[in-house]
Design a binder for this molecule. Sequence first.
Ligand code: GDP
Length: 306
Amino acid sequence: MIVILAGGTGSVKLVRGLAKITDDLSVISNVGDNIWFYGLYICPDIDTVTYGLAGILDEKRGWGVKDDTFFFLDQLAKMGQSSWFSLGDRDLATHVVRTSMMQSGKSLVEITDWMREKLAVRPRIIPATNNQVETRIQTDKGEMHLQEFWVKEKGLPSVTAVRYKGAKEAEPSTEAIDAIRKADKIIIAPANPVSSIGPIVALDGIRKELSKVRSRVVAVSPLIGQSAVSGPAVKYMKAAGLRSSPVGVAEFYRDFVGSMVISETDHEMAGQIRELGMQVYETNITMSDRQDEVRLGQYLLNIGSL
Ligand code: GDP
C-alpha cells in the first residue's frame, strides 16, 4: 500500500500519476487551509485532490471544477457582499453537501470518503484530522487565515511567521494513522512544506508515526534551485527560518523523512542533504503533463525495497 501526504495544486499532479500505476493508494490530506465562508465549510486541498482524481479539476486555475460558472459569486457581489473567495456554482454543491452532512453529525473523514465514492474516485482520501486546524499567517498587516493572505491579499504582505492554530489539541484521524502503519511506502508530495505538509506533521501522532517508519518515507522537493515551481513556498519557508532550497526542505523534514528526491540540476546540494542523514535521489521532478506525472510516480515506486 502506498500513502501520500498531500496539499493541493502541486500534490494533485503526483497523486494523479500514482493513481494510474497503483491500485492501493491512500492520500492523507491537509486540512490547514480549510475555511468557513458564507456559512459553508470549504476544504480546498481535499477538493483539489478529489476533483483531480475524478477528472473534473479546473487545471488552469488549479482549484475548482472545470467549465464552472460563477453566477452565485456575481450575485453576492451585486448584493454588496464580500466576494474575494471565488466559489464556482458546481463547486458550491460540494460545500453545501459537506456542511449539511457535518450538521447532521458526520465526521470530515466520513464525508470525504462518501464524496470520493460519489465521484467514482478509487484512492482513499483521508483528512489528517477531523478537528479544525488552521494555518495562520503573521504579516506586517496583522495575522490572517492562509486564504486571506494568499487570495484576498494576493500574497503581497511580508510574512513574519506561520502557525497552526488548533494543532496541539487536534487528534489525528485513526484512518490516517492506520494508513501510515500499513504503508509499504509513504510519499511526501511536492507540496508547500510549511502550509501543506506543515499542518499535517504538526499533529503529534502523525509526526511520531512517520518518524517510526522514517526509512520508508520519501519526499519530493517542491523547490528547484532557490525557487518554488509555483506559489508562495519560499516566502513561508523564509518566515519559518528555513533556507529557500531543497536543503531547507530537507531540514524541515529531517525527523520523519528518510529519502529526498531532488532535481538532477541540484546535484551540488545532494551532499548537504546526505549530511542530514537522508538518502538522496536525483531525477527530473517537473511535472508538465500526464506523462511526467506517471514517470515521477513510477520513479518513486522503484526507490528502495519496492
Ligand atoms: P497548494 O496546497 O495549492 O499550495 O499546493 P501544494 O502544497 O500541493 O503544492 C504547491 C507546491 O508544489 C509549490 O511549492 C510548488 O513549488 C510545487 N510544485 C508545483 N508543481 C510542481 C512540479 O511539477 N514539480 C515539483 N517538484 N513541485 C511542484
